[in-house]
Design a protein around this ligand. Structure first.
Ligand code: SF4
Length: 90
């Protein structure tokens, strides 16, 4: 799956800080001081809000790794969307 995922988001209410997303894709996910996952964006911005993959700090996002990271989340807190807004996961 290449270039299919256009947006990602973390639901902070669901995130329990298990950090498997961080382990699988540390260029995209990190934990903040509340032990919730944030998305690493350009210009050092870190938050959990819906993010265009073009705004990520990492220059070329790998869809397969992003999907693996989302699938690794025990509470299904990572949402992935296509360009037209269709939810790809979960
Ligand atoms: S894997 Fe899920 S629960 Fe764990 S830090 Fe990432 S988003 Fe949060």
């Amino acid at each position: 799956m290449a270039g299919k995922i256009k947006y990602l988001m973390v639901d902070r209410e669901l995130c329990i800080g298990a950090a498997s997303c961080v382990a699988l894709y540390p260029e995209v996910f990190a934990l903040d001081d509340e032990n919730k996952a944030v998305i690493l964006k350009k210009d050092g911005i870190k938050d959990s809000g819906k993010t265009d993959v073009d705004m990520l700090e990492v220059s070329a996002v790998d869809d397969d790794t992003l999907m693996l990271a989302a699938q690794s989340c025990p509470t299904l807190a990572i949402y992935l969307y296509e360009e037209d807004g269709t939810q790809v996961y979960p």
